[in-house]
Design a protein around this ligand. Structure first.
Ligand SMILES: Nc1nc2c(ncn2[C@@H]2O[C@H](COP(=O)(O)OP(=O)(O)O)[C@@H](O)[C@H]2O)c(=O)[nH]1
Ligand SMILES: [Mg+2]
Length: 342
């Protein structure tokens, strides 16, 4: 299939079902987002987004009329994070990503709490989680791969030397025709090196600056790039800070072992803090559950609940405010027309 056919771009029945009967608008996928326009495929075609480009994420499918984006289709998967800004709180980072490669290195950069957090993000998004341990040429990656695999039966973990293009292309199965692979991870772990190997781009790692000194992204930021394997690769620069929001199900999936134990506690609302009949405490006593893992679960779950609570409060306030404004307008109309006006 040529890559620019809808199927080659990742179009599936999930999107086809969202079209109205006799739909006249054209489907396209967002490859790049700029302040004032979207670049979509097939094309590339520049589109205006009357509601602003902010509602779109790279990878979104939309319907357009040749000049303007008219409707965003509900994505199959959606990666979102807690935004640093006051206004948004939940930021859509990428849409319709099939596999999310969590890129980490076989050295001191490797961090279980960070892996668990990113894994929660991937599972919440609906993406297949891969853990890619780079720099396998510099140290034995086996202990790191083993730790990543132990995190969840849902994880596929592999080690490679990103500088060896052939080795890097072991990720090809996740970037084949119609598939989208995104890479996340700390700066310096090898995301750009991998992206270059997978796309055949000139290896210009050192020359590419993801962020300028002020932490803003340069124009080379987030974009769907064609992969040699026939699909799409998405490097996600500027994802160092990965706050979770509306990700309770992702957190629960990452810590499914603890949830399973908690279901066996005598008390339904057991806080696992010394209550009698606590299955979590029993598992720790037996050495089946690591206390550090319990602590990490508590911390991540608390943080997620807090952010989600804040988001929901904000939505509720906004709804209450618009209700007040509507009532106010209705009262004003009523007054102008007089109480007896039809
Ligand atoms: N030896 C070795 N160096 C690597 C590997 N992956 C990346 N690097 C080097 O690590 C540095 C950061 O890589 P880069 O791809 O820019 O990381 P990014 O910040 O995640 O995009 C570069 O100097 C790469 O050449 C690897 O697997 N082995
Ligand atoms: Mg990079």
């Amino acid at each position: 299939l040529p890559r620019t056919d809808l199927s080659g771009l990742g179009w599936t029945p999930h999107f086809a079902r969202q079209l109205a009967e006799g739909e006249t608008l054209t489907p396209a996928r967002v490859a790049e987002i700029h302040r004032d326009r979207l670049v979509v495929l097939p094309g590339p075609l520049d589109l205006l987004a009357p509601g602003g480009t902010g509602a779109f994420a790279v990878g979104d499918w939309l319907l357009h009329d040749g000049a303007r984006a008219r409707r965003r289709l509900t994505p199959a998967t959606e990666i979102a994070r807690k935004a640093a800004g006051e206004r948004t709180l939940r930021q859509r980072v990428a849409a319709n990503v099939d596999a999310l490669a969590i890129v980490t290195s076989a050295n001191a950069e490797f961090s279980l709490p960070r892996l668990e957090r990113t894994l929660a993000l991937a599972l919440e998004a609906g993406c297949l989680p891969l853990v890619v341990v780079t720099k396998a040429d510099l140290a034995d990656p086996a202990p790191f791969v083993a730790q990543a695999r132990r995190l969840s039966p849902l994880v596929t973990a592999l080690a490679l030397n990103a500088l060896d293009a052939l080795d890097a292309r072991r990720l090809d199965p996740w970037a084949g025709p119609g598939r989208t692979l995104a890479l996340v991870g700390s700066s310096g772990t090898g995301k750009t090196t991998l992206t270059n190997a997978l796309t055949g781009a000139a290896a210009a790692t050192a020359a590419i600056r993801e962020d300028d000194a002020k932490g803003r992204h340069t124009t080379t930021a987030r974009a769907l790039r064609p992969a040699l394997a026939g699909g799409w690769v998405l490097d996600t620069p500027g994802m160092r800070e990965l706050g979770l929001v509306e990700a309770a199900s992702g957190v629960a999936q990452v810590f499914a072992d603890i949830a399973d134990l908690a279901a066996l506690c005598r008390f339904r609302d057991c806080a696992h803090e010394g209550e009698p009949g606590c299955a979590v405490a029993q598992a720790m006593a037996d050495g089946r559950l690591d206390e550090a893992r319990l602590r990490r679960w508590r911390k991540l779950a608390r943080e997620e609940r807090h952010a989600t609570g804040t988001l929901h409060e904000r939505h509720a306030r906004a709804r209450a405010f618009s209700r007040l404004a509507r009532d106010g307008q209705a009262r004003a109309r009523h007054k102008r027309r007089g109480p007896d006006a039809g």
